[in-house]
Write a protein of this length. Structure first.
Length: 578
């Protein structure tokens, strides 16, 4: 198509209507903005579709401008806005009236069909010998059909259909029709008219149930048809539109027309700016603007195609963030394992040292006690032997001296010499007693040394007991430290989980709000300010912002921080509507 020059002034809310085949001229925007087309809404019967320029399409609502070559009449400049609204309200009232009429009529037909089927099946059951059960037989047949269809509908809605239920319901339907046809006085062959009359009401009842099932199952998802006048006026373009609607499940005719119009306007804008909508004419840095033309065959609108690069970049960023988060968690887990191993190794070394010290203390105490007891016994024995020997020697000497003195006295020798000898014997006896006292004193000193050794052994045992108590206290402190570390790790894990939930909820809200990548980045920086800087923008380093956003310029990071601070001042809270 060729492009004609736009009029100098057109109201901003106007759009261009689609020109028929064979007429040159493609809608152009009034402003000189290149390539990028703003999204507007195309309205038809309450349904909307995006267009390339602002305002409703021609023939729908609002004022329109038709850009056609000379010789082609323009479209009317204004159309009443009340007509579509009135027609839409009328259609809504008609649909409501039809629904109520169908529901009431279906209930009446169902009640009549059930009552007629009940009487015929009861009479048939009585003739076939059912007895008292004959009055319950029709309820089991007809109510069973409704129950089976209801169960089938419930399983379909639950996403786990079981086709056997519907087949059984259809078999029961055929059975009740046959039973009603056979309930007459004549057989089906003898009187087919009567048989058909008996089968008519069950057929109506089953038809009402099936209609209700289809209404619940499919609702209002019936696609709109393409008007006949469009097939006559533009058959080839209409065929392409119809094909696109069927291939990609587009149920709204108005939305489909709006998508095609938006694509045509986008192509016209590219041709106006670059001369042709091809990669040879469009600069490489604007190739993303060709995506709507290249992806239209796959059922994507202009807006959806233009959003693909940003979505791809956002997905790549999220994958990078997820990979970085996994690496960080792995590093933290490895560090925690190393710390736990170091703590366990230190505890094992401390336990071994404490056990060694306790064993050494017990051995030393036992050896000291044994040595003290042996030394005490040996000293006591030696002292006793020495005392006995000295006492015996003294007694022998005294006896000898006494004998000599007696002999000398009897021989009337020298009395003075005898007296001297007696004195000498007395002195020797005193010396013997003094030696015995010294021996006793030495024994006492030996006993005191043994007592001191026993006291030293007791002190060693007490020190070993203190070491054992200290080891138990260290073990308790280590257990408390491990428990505190586990609680801190649990709190940190909960904080990370809460942060991840807030980030995921915020990302979903941002996706729903169709925010630009820069707006998403500013909100991510705002969340970092809240979680890592306590709400103070200046407390978040620019290096952290650059690391999180992937920018290399500190100026860009500073702009992100400034915009995030302004966003927080405006009342932004993560998890609320973006």
């Amino acid at each position: 198509m060729s492009i004609t020059q736009a009029r100098p002034e057109v109201p901003p809310g106007d759009v261009y209507e689609e020109t028929p085949e064979g007429v040159s001229g493609v809608p152009e925007p009034v402003s000189e903005t290149p390539a990028v087309v703003s999204g507007a809404r195309l309205e038809r019967d309450g349904e909307t579709g995006a267009t390339g320029v602002g305002g409703p399409p021609a023939g729908r609502s609002g004022a329109v401008v038709s850009e056609t070559p000379e010789g082609v009449s323009g479209a009317p400049s204004a159309v009443s806005e009340t007509a579509p609204a009135a027609s839409g309200a009328g259609r809504d009232r008609s649909r409501t009236a039809l629904q109520w009429g169908g529901g009431i009529g279906g209930a009446i037909v169902g009640a009549i069909g059930f009552s007629g089927s009940y009487g015929a099946l009861r009479d048939l059951a009585e003739r076939k010998g059912f007895g008292e059960f004959a009055r319950f037989f029709p309820i089991g047949i007809d109510a069973g059909i409704v129950a089976l269809l209801a169960l089938d509908l419930w399983l379909v809605r639950a996403g786990r259909p079981w086709p056997a239920l519907r087949w059984i319901a259809h078999l029961m339907t055929l059975a009740t029709i046959y039973f009603n046809a056979s309930a007459g006085e004549h057989t089906i062959r003898e009187d087919p008219t009567a048989a058909a009359m008996h089968a008519a009401m069950p057929l109506l009842f089953v038809a009402v149930v099936e209609a209700f099932r289809r209404r619940l199952l499919h609702g209002d998802d019936r696609p709109e048809g393409v008007p006949l006048y469009r097939w006559l006026l533009a058959p080839w373009r209409t065929w392409r539109l119809y094909r696109q609607m069927r291939l990609y499940g587009l149920t709204s005719y108005g939305a489909s027309v709006g998508r095609q119009q938006e694509l045509d306007v986008h192509r016209a804008m590219l041709e106006r700016e670059h001369g042709a909508a091809t990669r040879k004419r469009v600069p490489q840095d604007q190739w993303d603007l060709l995506l709507p033309l290249e992806l239209a065959r796959y059922g994507l609108s202009v807006q959806e195609a233009l959003e693909l690069p940003a979505r791809a970049a956002e997905d790549a960023r999220r994958r990078r963030e997820a990979a970085a988060e996994r690496e960080r968690l792995e590093r933290e887990a490895a560090a925690e394992r190393e710390t736990a191993e170091e703590i366990a190794a230190a505890e094992r070394a401390a336990a071994r040292e404490e056990a060694r010290l306790a064993a050494d203390g017990r051995v030393q105490a036992a050896q000291a006690a044994q040595a003290a007891q042996a030394g005490q016994a040996e000293v006591a024995a030696r002292s006793q032997v020495a005392a006995a020997e000295r006492a015996a020697t003294a007694e022998v000497a005294a006896a000898e001296a006494a004998a000599q003195a007696a002999a000398q006295a009897a021989g009337a020798a020298d009395v003075a010499q005898a007296e001297a000898r007696r004195e000498m014997a007395a002195r020797e006896a005193a010396e013997a007693r003094r030696a015995a006292a010294e021996t006793a004193r030495a024994a006492a000193e030996t006993e005191q040394a043994a007592a001191e050794k026993a006291q030293s052994a007791a002190e060693i045992a007490a020190r070993a007991a203190r070491l054992e108590r200290d080891r138990e206290l260290d073990q308790k402190a280590a257990a408390e430290a491990r428990r505190a570390a586990a609680e801190a790790e649990r709190d940190a894990a909960e904080a990370r989980r809460d942060a991840a939930e807030i980030e995921l909820r915020a990302a979903r809200l941002e996706d729903a709000a169709r925010l630009s990548p820069r707006e998403r980045t500013v909100r991510r920086v705002a969340r970092l300010i809240l979680t890592e800087a306590g709400g103070a923008p200046e407390g978040l380093p620019l290096e952290r912002i650059a690391q999180e956003t992937g920018v290399s310029s500190s100026a860009t990071a500073s702009e992100y921080r400034r915009e995030a601070a302004a966003l927080l001042d405006s009342g932004y809270q993560p998890g609320e509507d973006a």
